[in-house]
Structures are given as C-alpha cells and as structure tokens.
Design a protein around this ligand. Structure first.
Ligand SMILES: [Zn+2]
Ligand SMILES: [Zn+2]
Length: 292
C-alpha cells in the first residue's frame, strides 16, 4: 500500500474462496454498514457463516438478536475480560464502547452474569465468550474480578453445553491454569490464538481449538506461524476479530469478514497445503467447534 493511501478506506474484495468457510469470531456491531451488507459482501467471497461475539450485556443481546434474524450468524455471549473489572470498579480507561460508568461492585457483576446465563440458553447462541484473562489492558487491581468472571463463564458454558470462547492476552499460563482447575467444557476455542508452538502443543493435548486471526500474516508474528505449523489440522480455525487485526497487506485499515480469504491463503502457505484443502478443514472444524 502506498504511504499516502487512505488508512480508513476498506480494503478491496479478495478473490473468492472455492470452498466456503466461516469467520469464527467477529464483531459486526463495531463495523460500518448494515449486518445484511456485511454478510452479503462476505458471502460473495465464500465466507458464508460468521460467529458474532458479544463483549458486554448490550453487545451479547445484540449478538443473540442478530443470530435469530440471520441464518448465517451464530452468536457467542459474554462479558469481555476487560469488561468484568469495569462493571465492578468502573474503570474509565478500560475496554468498552460505552465509555466510563459508575462502579457497581460484585452485585453488578452478578447481575450481568445472570443475563449472560439467560442468553446462553438460547438456541442460536452457540458460544459463551469471549471470556478469559487480559493482562495487557487490565492491571493488577482488576485481576480478581476478571478471574471470577472467567470462572463463572466456564460454569455457564458447561451447564448449557455451549462452546467456550477464550480471550487470552499476555495471560497464557493463568488461562491454562484456570481452565484446568475448573475443568474445560467439551469444546473450547482460543480466539485470536496468541501463544507459541510450545503452547500449541499444550492446547493440542487438551483438545482446545486454536483460531488464527489476521495477525498471523504480520511480519513480526513468526511465533504464530510456528504455532500454526504444529497445531493438529483438525483443531485449527480462522477468524477476523474484525474490525481489529486486518491482515497484511491491509494492516491498519478496517477489517471485516470478507477479508477472511486473505488469512486463509496465508495459513495454507504456512501449512504447505493448497487453499481448498485448508478451507475444507477450516469449515469442518468451525462447525464442529461450535456445534452447528
Ligand atoms: Zn478478544
Ligand atoms: Zn473479539
């Protein structure tokens, strides 16, 4: 991309995939255009299914409604790991689309979790997440609330027989520890997999799915490509995490599910397989991971 190109401009449509795949993790509510437009654009290049992920109570309700309204959408519902401490402490610099809010204490977290529990029972809701631990955005003071929320989400996922979607940022050891202590649900997905090859072997032994995002294409992300190279082919998923993590060469520009083919092609190259083989595996894995 030339240095003077407009960073806000949507990247062009990639060449369509011949074998349709799913975007295993996206945030349509943070992208421009309507849901219908986003889905149509994605479908035009072979991305026929998306998992819409909620990050707070309002976003989780939105995800459940979008999944009820569109056959191509499945929902996951949760309080994001950076959202849980905000509910308890009201951290104004934390992760949220809603800006600062009043601190609500443990009772407010329990109320929010009860609503996630209610949404998790809905048939169009296939996943509970993204939950987990984020030590990048949340400091020491928020960690107790974060871990408490993570444990509650694991329990909710297991009780409803839904897939657990993990957000793990700079917290690999503690995420794996909590999963082990609580006992992971039958199906667990590490979204935006960020570990190295060694951790991929740990996940493989536990049967955890590893979902790769656009950052697997980044020059400085050799550890992700090393992890992808050793991950069992039946445990690998692809996602956008859009509007974030736009794959190279469009890094920094707005991401959306229609850009999945760019990442699929990069993943096929890392694994030394052709694009159709990669896409066939990804499609089957995502359906199995989310039980649809
Ligand atoms: Zn995440
Ligand atoms: Zn996400």
């Amino acid at each position: 991309m030339p240095a003077n190109a407009d960073k806000t401009e949507a990247p062009p449509l990639p060449e369509p995939l011949r074998v349709p795949v799913a975007d295993s993790h996206t945030h349509l509510d943070m992208q421009s255009g309507t849901v219908g437009e986003g889905l149509a654009k994605a479908a035009s290049v072979g991305v026929t299914t998306v998992v819409q992920v909620g990050c707070d109570v309002a976003g989780s309700r939105w995800a459940a409604e979008a999944a009820a309204a569109h056959d191509a959408v499945h929902a996951a519902v949760a309080l994001h790991p950076n959202e849980a401490p905000r509910i308890v402490h009201g951290d104004p610099d934390g992760w949220s689309r809603q800006g600062a809010r009043e601190p609500g204490g443990q009772a407010a977290l329990d109320d929010a979790l009860a609503e996630i529990d209610r949404l998790a029972a809905l048939p169009q809701v296939k996943g509970v997440g993204e939950t987990g631990l984020d030590y990048f955005r949340t400091g020491e003071e928020g960690r107790a609330a974060q871990e408490r929320s993570f444990r509650a989400h694991i329990e909710i996922a297991k009780r409803h027989g839904k897939t657990l979607v993990i957000h793990d940022r700079d917290a690999h050891a503690d995420v794996l520890r909590v999963l082990k202590e609580e006992g992971a649900p039958e199906r667990t997905v590490f979204h935006c997999y960020s570990g190295d090859a060694e951790m991929a072997e740990v996940c493989a032994r536990a049967g955890y799915f590893m979902s790769f995002a656009g950052n697997v294409t980044f020059k400085n992300a050799q550890h992700l490509r090393d992890a992808l190279a050793v991950a069992p082919p039946e445990l690998v998923l692809v996602e956008t995490d859009a509007p974030f993590l736009t794959p190279a060469p469009y890094r920094g520009r707005p991401n959306a599910p229609y850009l999945i083919p760019v990442t699929v092609r990069a993943m096929a190259a890392v694994r030394g397989v052709d694009e159709d083989t990669m896409a066939t595996a990804l499609a089957a894995n995502t359906a199995r991971a989310f039980g649809y």
